[in-house]
Structures are given as C-alpha cells and as structure tokens.
Ligand binder design. Sequence first.
Ligand SMILES: Nc1nc2c(ncn2[C@@H]2O[C@H](COP(=O)(O)OP(=O)(O)OP(=O)(O)O)[C@@H](O)[C@H]2O)c(=O)[nH]1
Ligand SMILES: [Mg+2]
Length: 324
Amino acid sequence: MANRIPTVLTSDELMDKAFHRASKIDKTGATALDHKKKTALAKVTASGDIIATTLNGYVDRFPRIEKGEDFFPELVDLTIGIDQYKQSLGAMNWASNRVEKLKNECLRNLRRTKDPEYIESLRNSFYGRLASILRQISKDLLFLQDAKNKFRKLPSIEPNVATAVIAGFPNVGKSKLVSVLSTAAPEIAPYPFTTKGIIIGHIQDGWRKYQIIDTPGLLDRSLDERNQIERQAILALKYLTHVLVFILDPTGSCGYSMDKQLALLDSVKKGFPGVPMIVAESKSDISKSGSDIFKFSAETGENMDALRANIISKLKSIRFEEAE
Ligand SMILES: Nc1nc2c(ncn2[C@@H]2O[C@H](COP(=O)(O)OP(=O)(O)OP(=O)(O)O)[C@@H](O)[C@H]2O)c(=O)[nH]1
Ligand SMILES: [Mg+2]
C-alpha cells in the first residue's frame, strides 16, 4: 500500500520546482510584445500546472481511509490521525483547485492586454499568489510526508486471512510455537509501540492458508498496566484475531508464577470479549502440571498435531465478505 505513496515536497521545494521549470521557458514571437506575451502565457501555464498536478497526484495516490472498527483504520487513526489526514488531503484539493482557477484568470488577463509592463506585473502577481497558496498548505504538506513515513511502518498483515494470535508472558514459548506451526519461516513486520515487531507465520491447510501471529511485548502484560495509546494498539489486534491462543508455562522456566499468568489470561480475556480462545500449557517435555488444561511441547512435538488441528478447526469457519 505504502509503495505507491509519493514523496511529498515541502512548499518551498514545490515552489522551486515550479519556478525552475517556468524560468527555462522562452517563446519566440513576431514582435517584442508577442514574444513577451507568449512567454508569459507559457510560464504561467507551466508553473500553475506543475503545482496543481503535483497536489492532485497526492490526493490520488494516498490511500482513502475512513474511520471504522477494523484493524487498519484503528492503527492509522492511532499512528497518523484520520481526521487530520483527511483534512490535509482536503487542503491539497483546495489548493489545487485554487491554483487552477487563478491560472485561468491570469491567462485570460494576459491574452487581453497589450501593455508589456502589465504582462510583467500579471505574471509576478500570479507567482506571488502561488507562493501564498503553498504557504497556506505548508503544514499539511509536512503532515502528509510524515504520514507517508508512518504508513510505510505499518505491518503488512493480510486482512482477509483467518488469523490466530498468540498471547502469554515472555519466555513461555510463543515464538517457538509459531515457528513450529508455520509452514514457512515467519516474517517480522513492524508494529507501532513495540520495538520487537509482530511475527507473522502461515499455516497451510490444503488450499487454505491461515495466519499465525506472535506479538512480542504486546499481550504479555496486563492491559491495566498500559497507557491509553498502547492499549488501543493492542486492542486494534482484536479486529484481526479470529482465535486467541493463550500460552501458560507451568514449568517455572519462564520466570512467572502461574498466579501471575492466570491473572494475565483474565486481563486478556476481558480485552478480547467474544474472541474464541484456546488455552494451552507449554513445555510438557520439562514437566506437566496437575491441571486439566491442554498440554503440548513445541520442542518434542507432543500434542502438536492436536493443537494444530484445534486452531485450524476454529479458523476454518471464518468467512470474509467477497467485496473486500
Ligand atoms: N523444553 C522446552 N523448551 C521450550 C519449549 N518451547 C520453548 N522453549 C524454550 O523456552 C524459551 C522461550 O521460548 P520463546 O519461544 O522464545 O518464548 P516467547 O514466549 O516467544 O518469549 P518472548 O518472545 O520473550 O515473549 C526458549 O529458550 C525456548 O527454547 C518447549 O516446548 N520445551
Ligand atoms: Mg518470542
């Protein structure tokens, strides 16, 4: 998505670009007046067109995003701000129309006059107005350049693939589980508010493919311990979570007590209401608790087929709208 977003020039760069192009124009004319007029017409056309076309290009090539209860809108709102984003794109549109209108007005006046000095002054005042319009949208241009950089850093998670998300304290064996379940080596995608990035693996089941996502640093602390923005970033995940796999490590090797782990499970359950959950105890090769919770070992493969089948059976029923 971010690949087609152009680099956004600052207002100064855009003005320079327009002036530079216009400065190279020199038309021939039968008389001195004719020469001056034709040159001025061409300069005004070129400088106005460059600016209007560039601004229109931004409007066309930035993605349309509406607020909504979905993963990408929530993330975009959190990292970029959808209201300001739409306002800045609107400013591009406004400025482009304004430039077009002033250009046509200026061309009309140029065609009418026979006064060489007036030609000069028309052209200069057009340049002045171009600069003034660009000054008015300079903050929007900077905002959009920043938005482009932020778009590039959003994770490329396929929104229409049924997805299992793994949660649990650090060191309980989440990454290990994702790597064992994944058909191919998992990729790491950047995610705002965590330095480690999201780990995305795929499970191939016949013709169907599922995503399995590990979220280091996100679902490994109680939601109450998060600030508002972190919490939103975590909760944005719920829109793409079709099943949440919560891993408990009862062996003590992760360094967290079972009480703490069960408290986190409770917190995550509250944050993801209505999302189907699989709770499983890891590292059964080291030791097994006396609980009746499902037990597996990603190390030896014990119960891995059953866990895989359970995850797939929950993802299998997920259907996506055709239109999306
Ligand atoms: N014996 C045994 N060790 C395991 C098993 N699964 C994971 N481990 C080990 O436990 C440690 C932590 O595993 P990870 O998969 O990195 O844990 P994690 O939950 O991804 O940890 P964070 O990324 O820090 O949140 C590693 O040393 C793994 O080799 C298992 O089934 N059996
Ligand atoms: Mg990990």
